[in-house]
Design a binder for this molecule. Structure first.
Ligand SMILES: [Zn+2]
Length: 119
């Protein structure tokens, strides 16, 4: 769960009001995707953390839908969602930036190589 505005992690339950350090005083706890993925091309592999919008595009599933599948114990349906993008080829347009000694990346766009279209 994360803040409905800034996505900062919280242990509150879905839709509970939370006190967050961001300026919004009406924030609630909302589910967000957070998936670590290995992105590879001919030059190498990077480990990337994919959040809300990227995962929603790749899975065609919202975080609330995924949360409901989990709460209902529908493991097979969760696997179906994951298998929609696991091992698939996509083109990620990334922007790299230095953060301390680490290099981080922001996803600018995702293209589906099967349809040659942006998702
Ligand atoms: Zn917040």
């Amino acid at each position: 769960m994360g803040c409905s505005y800034c996505k900062k992690k919280t242990i509150a339950k879905h839709n509970d009001a939370i006190s967050c350090s961001c300026p919004h005083k009406d924030a609630t706890a909302q589910p967000w995707f957070r998936v670590v993925a290995n992105l590879s091309d001919s030059t190498g592999t990077i480990s990337a953390t994919l959040f809300g919008n990227e995962m929603k595009k790749l899975t065609s599933c919202t975080p609330i839908q995924m949360m409901n599948l989990f709460e209902e114990g529908r493991v097979d349906d969760i696997e179906d969602v994951v298998n929609k993008f696991n091992g698939q080829e996509h083109i990620f347009q990334l922007k790299a930036y230095q953060y301390g000694s680490a290099v981080n990346f922001t996803v600018l766009s995702i293209d589906d190589t099967r349809t040659n279209s942006q998702i």
